[in-house]
Design a protein around this ligand. Structure first.
Ligand code: HEC
Length: 113
């Protein structure tokens, strides 16, 4: 029994370590994790797929309606505008940066230089 547990532990360690050995998590990755945790219940947060909530725009299309910089401000103040049935969010500045960095990384049409 002990043997099996040790093997499982080794497997877990290698599985977690393999993608980026010693690098700290990038802000894009952090933003992606935040989106997965807070937003994916309603929005499509990836490069493809439909939003679970039909009213919620897929995140990859947001820059078609907004400069993403404008979202940065909205997130920092707590985004509630236009969010019928959406919980209100207020993020710390570094979290807002991470979220916006992630959003920028998945936009269909890059509107930034
Ligand atoms: C409970 C469902 C729900 C969750 C969770 C949710 N949203 Fe939304 N969101 C919506 C809906 C519905 C709309 C469309 C509202 C409308 O067009 O009136 C929307 C619209 C938006 C818009 C466009 C705003 C606008 O005025 O058009 C942004 C940006 C957005 N959401 C960001 C987020 C972010 C970031 C998160 C996670 C931190 C999140 N949403 C989580 C339901 C949700």
């Amino acid at each position: 029994m002990k043997h099996a547990i040790a093997l499982a532990a080794i497997f877990l360690v290698t599985a977690c370590a393999s993608p980026a050995p010693n690098e700290p998590q990038s802000s894009v990755e952090r933003g992606q994790a935040m989106a997965a945790q807070n937003c994916s219940g309603c929005h499509a947060i990836g490069r493809s797929g439909d939003s679970p909530a039909p009213q919620a725009p897929p995140f990859r299309t947001l820059s078609q309606n907004y400069p993403l910089e404008a979202l940065e401000e909205a997130f920092a103040e707590g985004i509630s505008v236009g969010h019928a049935g959406m919980p209100e969010f207020a993020f710390a500045p570094e979290d807002v940066n991470a979220l916006v960095a992630y959003l920028q990384s998945i936009q269909d049409t890059l509107t930034r230089e």
